[in-house]
Design a protein around this ligand. Structure first.
Ligand code: B3K
Ligand code: ZN
Length: 883
């Protein structure tokens, strides 16, 4: 069996418009999976019938399959005429209803693609989304074929004492020859992508949860022996998620057990298989010594996300993969709402927006730009994107904004009432929202269909005599690949008006009898819309896009004074933070332009004063202050430039940092000292905020790289009481470089060399260091004994961090970074195309750079496309990037 390459001919494009219902349905699947040291044998017995809703009535049943040995096929107990190709199995002239039995053999231990059935060290596990089940047995491997599964697993007891699959354990027992078995039955029909099997030496942490209707659920988290003490946070997160989904959406868990398994070799974060979630171990294991605040946060959010999929994804699933955002966008929104409720809602929203701007906006502006509901793909795994996930969540959030919380909840209820147990579309979701609320979403649906980030220009004019404020809103949407002409969108624009004292004014739109509220959501629907506010007593300052009410790029001609005013007074915390980011971005871009023109880069006092006021504002919580004094990131800034000038942005950003560091030195020192903290580690919003603010201050205090700064950073690092502080200290020291930097990196490695998940932080910090000869260092680290090119976590924390997280170094060195990345992509593609394709993305943005870089980046893309035996995954991204 060749698992190293896709040997198929020219990759085929799959189109949404070509969807037809499956010609056959499979009602039940009985699987017998026998696991051995060097292979696995799978026997699948399926109850198949013709689909009454099918448009055609083909004679043959054609199943999907990949990279397996076919052992036998029988139909109703007799040999069946069949024909296998590398990716299909056709059963000839089948009756209307029959039992099909297929035996296959696979080699999990050689499966480095980490999709289908594979081995992570001594643990057998599966990853079936999107199309992995066809690597286990031949099947109608599409989400609209939903079956009830029974799974019997056998294995040698000493090698695999724990045998798990979806649903409830119905039988277990001993077999001859030191083997044993377990039978699992999942009562809920599910698509094949939700199938899971895990077997191996695992320990578990067990707990219980009683649902609000009184169902007793056993919760188990399975990990490698020895890791059980690191599961408490994951278990708490799970219980919080279960409770939250009951409280907020009225959704209860539906099986007697809920299991999570932590796996070290995993292509992405986690997978929502019914009743048996499989997780990347980095999103399960945590204790204060080894995990940072960010890890704690991610674990809580991803545990919630996968748990929430039980309803949004599993009970109601996708008709086809073009509808992926039906489950992902909605489930991301739900995990965002959960995170907002667990901590500070303002921070949570700022976080969502930062992420969207850093990853999704560039995607929407690049060669892979696609709608939230894509129209075509070559390899579906390439469409688990920021657009489908993050922008998809924004789309559902906008519906929430347009409908309001009560009607949105009604829409959710109707959606479940109509579609429980079905495989449906994004349109079905919008229909439920529309029908439950009476709100017309016809134009709004364009958010699913049109790619690209809308530009919104907002201008305000005050007429003192008429006491009237007029807001003119222009929208436009640039062309994206395959979509030259765009229609105007329905954009919810949330606004407020502030008086001279910074107070919200009551808002009354022309035609309304009385003022209602101080925040209003304007329905922007046309290329130009004009909104008139009446009875406005004085010239107001407009607060725009409150809560980031739509994923747009906002342009508003506001003076620096207006922005600093909003920074100090806006009652909407997002808009308040945003005013600072806009001001920071504007001044950095002005400095970039000055630098290019050979003029000095000047940081205006107004900005320094605004940051000082933020630091002094006693009403603000620490996390918000940390957010507000953090300058806009390079990815966000780059999006604002016609041609990305990396050196310019970096130089300007550093200059601003330097000025803030110097002019506010006393503030940073006192913030640093005042937030020392004491007592044991706690993952609470207050403590996380304190640690963040303190490390932000440390980082400003280290900007001058002087002796005192070095001493302080070393002291901070050496006295770190938890991983959050260690990592913050190490990051600062690595950037300071010199003897202190090397010593800290050495000490960290020495202390954590037995903990791969902790070493990922060590790889990541070195790969992201913007100063020094980072590429050289990264190249050396590829050969480090702690590095493992087959483990996705290692690859992302080294190669991914360098290419996607260190623009300054990646784009330096006359193309050496590009060449290195292309080499890594090609090497990785030989055994793990999904990971290779993900690494590749940064090269796709070549159009955004100067001519010299364009040539160098394109050269590497062309070299990749020319490679023989390229996977579909890498082929699609590389070739579309060159188009
Ligand atoms: N649904 C999975 C992602 C599967 C990715 C397949 N390439 C995790 C999640 O979004 O919850
Ligand atoms: Zn998901």
């Amino acid at each position: 069996m060749d698992i190293s390459k896709d040997m198929t001919a020219a990759p085929r494009t799959i189109r949404r418009d070509d969807y037809t219902p499956p010609p056959f349905l499979i009602d039940t699947v009985d699987l017998v999976v026998e696991l051995f040291a060097d292979s696995a044998k799978v026997v699948s017995r399926m109850a198949v019938r013709r689909n009454p809703a099918a448009v055609a009535k083909p004679a043959d049943l054609v199943l999907d399959g990949k990279k397996m040995d076919l052992l036998s096929v029988s139909l109703d107990g007799r040999a069946a005429a069949h024909e296998a190709t590398p990716e299909t199995l056709a059963i000839r002239a089948v009756p209307d209803r029959f039992t099909l039995e297929i035996a296959t053999r696979l080699r999990p231990q050689d499966n480095a693609e980490l999709t289908g059935l594979y081995k992570s060290r001594d643990i057998f596990c599966t990853q079936c989304e999107a199309e992995g089940f066809r690597r286990i047995t031949y099947f109608l491997d599409r989400p609209d074929v939903m079956a009830r599964y029974t799974t019997r697993i056998t294995a040698e007891k000493s090698l695999a004492p724990v045998l798990l699959s979806n649903g409830n354990l119905v039988e277990r027992g001993e077999l001859d020859g030191g083997r044993h078995f377990a039978v699992w039955e999942d009562p809920f029909p599910k698509p094949s992508y939700l199938f899971a099997l895990v077997a191996g030496p695992l320990d578990c942490l067990e707990d219980r949860f009683t649902t609000r209707s009184g169902r007793e659920v056993t919760l188990r988290i399975y990990v490698r022996p020895g890791d059980v003490p690191r599961c408490d946070h994951a278990m708490e997160s799970l219980k919080k998620s279960m409770k939250w989904d009951e409280d907020v959406y009225g959704l209860e868990y539906d099986l007697d057990t809920f299991m999570i398994v932590a796996i070290d070799d995993f292509n992405m974060g986690a997978m929502e298989n019914k009743g048996l979630n499989v997780f990347n171990s980095k999103l399960v294991l945590a204790n204060p010594e080894t995990a940072t605040d960010l890890d704690y946060h991610s674990i809580e959010a991803v545990i919630a996300h996968e748990y929430f999929h039980n309803w949004t994804g599993n009970r109601v699933t996708c008709r086809d993969w073009f509808q992926l955002s039906l489950k992902e966008g909605l489930t991301v929104l739900r995990d965002q709402q959960f995170s907002a409720d667990m901590g500070s809602a303002a921070d949570a929203r700022i976080d969502d927006v930062r992420r969207l701007r850093a990853a999704q906006f560039p995607e929407d502006a690049g060669p892979m730009a696609h709608p939230v509901r894509p129209d075509s793909y070559i390899e579906i795994n390439n469409f688990y994107t920021a657009t489908v996930y993050q922008k998809g969540a924004e789309v559902v959030r906008m519906m929430h904004t347009l409908l309001g919380p009560e009607r949105f909840r009604k829409g959710m209820d109707l959606y479940f009432q109509r579609h429980d147990g079905q495989a449906v579309t994004c349109d079905d979701f919008a229909n439920a929202m529309e029908d439950a609320s009476g709100v017309d979403l016809a134009q709004f649906r364009l958010w699913y269909a049109q790619a690209g980030t809308p530009d919104l220009k907002v201008e305000g004019r005050y007429d003192a005599a008429a006491r009237r404020y007029t807001m003119t809103v222009d929208q436009s949407l640039r062309r994206t690949p395959g979509q030259p002409d765009k229609k105007p969108m329905h954009i919810p624009l949330s606004v407020g008006l502030l008086d001279g004292a910074g107070r919200d004014l009551p808002l009354k739109l022309a035609g309304e009898a009385a003022a209602g509220g101080t925040t209003r959501v304007l329905d922007v629907r046309n290329p130009r819309d004009v909104f008139v506010f009446e009875d406005v007593p004085e010239k107001p300052v407009a607060s725009l896009l409150r809560g980031f009410s739509a994923p747009v790029k906002l342009q508003a001609p506001r003076s620096e004074e207006e922005l600093t005013f909003l920074m100090a007074h806006d009652s909407d915390p997002f808009a308040r933070w945003e005013a600072g980011q806009q001001l920071g971005a504007r001044l950095i871009l002005d400095m970039v332009a000055a630098r290019k023109a050979g003029k000095p880069m000047v940081v205006p006092d107004l900005f320094v004063d605004a940051i000082r006021r933020t630091l002094d504002d006693q009403r603000l919580d620490r996390s918000f202050i940390a957010d507000a004094v953090t300058l806009p990131g390079l990815a966000f800034l780059g999006e604002l430039m016609p041609e990305i000038d990396i050196e310019g942005m970096w130089a300007a950003q550093q200059r601003v940092r330097g000025v803030l560091s110097q002019q506010l030195a006393d503030r940073w020192s006192s913030v640093y000292d005042a937030n020392h903290g004491s007592g044991p580690y706690r993952f609470s919003p207050e403590e996380v905020g304190r640690r963040r603010l303190r490390s932000t201050a440390l980082s400003y205090l280290s900007t001058d790289k002087g002796e005192a700064a070095r001493r302080r950073a070393v002291e901070y690092f050496e006295n770190a009481k938890n991983m959050t502080e260690q990592v913050a200290g190490l990051g600062v020291l690595a950037e300071l470089g010199g003897a202190e930097g090397d010593a800290a990196l050495g000490a960290f490695h020495e202390r954590w060399k037995g903990e791969p998940l902790v070493l990922d932080k060590w790889f990541g910090i070195q790969a992201r260091t913007p100063t020094g000869d980072t590429l050289q260092r990264v190249k050396q680290l590829v050969d480090h004994p702690s590095y493992d090119r087959k483990n996705p976590n290692r690859v992302y924390s080294l190669i991914g961090a360098f290419a996607s997280g260190n623009p300054v170094q990646f784009h330096a060195g006359g193309g050496a970074g590009y060449r290195f990345l292309a080499d890594q992509v090609l090497a990785t593609d030989r055994f793990n195309p999904q990971v290779a394709a993900r690494l590749l993305a940064p090269l796709g943005s070549w159009r955004r750079y100067d001519a010299g870089r364009q040539t160098l980046m394109k050269r590497e893309l062309a070299r990749i496309v020319a490679e023989k035996g390229l996977s579909r995954d890498v082929f699609e991204i590389a070739s579309k990037s060159l188009d």
